[in-house]
Design a binder for this molecule. Structure first.
Ligand code: HEC
Length: 408
């Protein structure tokens, strides 16, 4: 029976840990805002590419489109407005982005900075003091935006060069993060850096350009073209970062990618594949061949996940000879149960991580395959090897699983 349950209904034990509560609140809001932001941006992208220009002869018109959705027709026209035509109600789409970023930063703080930065620092990567690790993380976001923005302000006239430097810069940052942070934190830090650049693009470049467009329209003067072109450019950058960023958001579920010795390479290959898929979805509406190339780019991403992670899986010598359940349980009690128990002893976890408990032979047996995968094949458990399991013990657990995971 679970602690706290009496068999006659429930007793009120301890409420959800504050950190966990904040985690779920911010994560939920982050997901909702993110769906709204990315969803909007994809819809506008789609609209832009499907406008029918010939349908109108208004010189200010950029095209029209008809759609059917939720029980009626929508008729949308993209156009510039003549002076004095500014409507009383103009809808902007900027707070979805801001909410996504703010909840994302809050999550970064709650999950990676709180708790003595336990998820940020991995002593086997680099034994940083929490304050140092947090400073590096915050500093990297600030410096990352300044470098990117400065680069495009100065080299904007040579977009190919600036693009090459930006891509190299992001990949170098991802690699650098894997040298100082835990694998999953390195992934998330890369994602937050991309999200921060995207948010900077929206608020420092795209929104000001739109404000200028509104002001110019009201005043009846032509809009400053450079502002508009720069906004378009930054909007394209955001478009290409979306798919890699979404992968990073779900990457904590895939420790064999993020905790892999070549985790930075996995991230680079997946990002190239992800942006590649986005690219061919973009060119689709220009009437170009897209489905085949998009699948090819998806295959690149999958190769990053499958080939690279397996190539570099740590090779631990196999254990020869029999391993009894008693021996396997002894290892698990010492190396895993401090966290994976109904009442974890590890101060950081008030509840068993991922709900996985090894308190009884049956519970151990159910998880046998995952135990081998995490402790032996990928070597991603114990968490930051806090309980200092040895390679010999990892091999013993694998042998017990391979021999049928027998329990008495
Ligand atoms: C210091 C705490 C800690 C210790 C010790 C620990 N784990 Fe975990 N475990 C975690 C955390 C945190 C998660 C959730 C994050 C993740 O999956 O990487 C987790 C998740 C898991 C999962 C569920 C996710 C999946 O991949 O199926 C399994 C299985 C697991 N651990 C196995 C083990 C084994 C086996 C050991 C001992 C060799 C062990 N853990 C030791 C903290 C710990």
């Amino acid at each position: 029976m679970r602690p706290g349950a009496t068999g006659r209904g429930f007793v009120y034990k301890c409420p959800m840990h504050v950190g966990e509560l904040l985690d779920v609140v911010f994560r939920w809001a982050h997901l909702i805002a993110g769906i709204m932001w990315v969803g909007n941006s994809m819809l506008f992208n789609w609209l832009d590419r499907n406008l029918e220009r010939a349908a109108t002869d208004d010189p200010l018109s950029q095209g029209r489109i008809h759609m059917v959705h939720s029980g009626a027709f929508y008729e949308v026209e993209k156009k510039l407005l003549a002076p004095g035509q500014m409507p009383a109600n103009l809808h902007w789409f900027k707070y979805q982005n801001l909410t996504t970023w703010l909840t994302g930063i809050s999550l970064l703080i709650v999950v990676y900075y709180f708790n003595g930065a336990a998820f940020l620092v991995d002593p086997s990567v680099r034994d940083l003091a929490p304050s140092v690790a947090i400073s590096i993380s915050v500093g990297a976001l600030l410096v990352g935006w300044l470098l990117y923005d400065g680069l495009w302000q100065t080299l904007g006239s040579r977009p190919q060069l600036a693009t090459a430097i930006s891509i190299a810069g992001i990949f170098a940052a991802a690699w650098g993060f894997t040298l100082v942070f835990s694998g999953r934190a390195a992934y998330i830090e890369t994602g937050v850096l991309m999200g921060t650049i995207m948010t900077g693009n929206v608020w420092m470049v795209i929104v000001p350009s739109q404000r200028e467009l509104v002001a110019a329209t009201i005043a009846g003067r032509p809009q400053d073209k450079t502002l508009s072109l720069r906004a378009k450019e930054r909007s394209i950058h955001n478009n290409y970062m979306t798919f890699p960023l979404l992968f990073i958001m779900i990457s904590t579920h895939f420790p064999s990618a993020s905790s892999n010795p070549l985790n930075w390479l996995v991230l680079i290959v997946v990002s190239v594949g992800g942006s590649g898929v986005r690219h061919f979805m973009n060119v689709r509406y220009a009437g170009k061949v897209w489905l085949g190339p998009a699948f090819a780019m998806a295959a690149v991403a999958v190769a990053g996940l499958m080939v690279v992670t397996r190539l570099s899986a740590p090779a631990i010598a196999e254990h020869k000879g029999e391993v009894t359940f008693a021996r396997a349980q002894e290892i698990i009690l010492k190396r895993c149960v401090p966290c994976h128990s109904e009442v974890p002893r590890d101060a950081q976890f008030s509840a068993p991580p991922s709900g996985v408990v090894f308190d009884s032979p049956e519970r151990i047996k159910i998880m046998a395959d995952r135990i081998k995968e995490r402790a032996f094949t990928t070597g991603t458990m114990p968490f930051v090897n806090r309980t200092q399991i040895t390679d010999a013990e990892r091999a013993e657990l694998a042998r017990w699983v391979d021999d049928g995971a027998k329990i008495p």
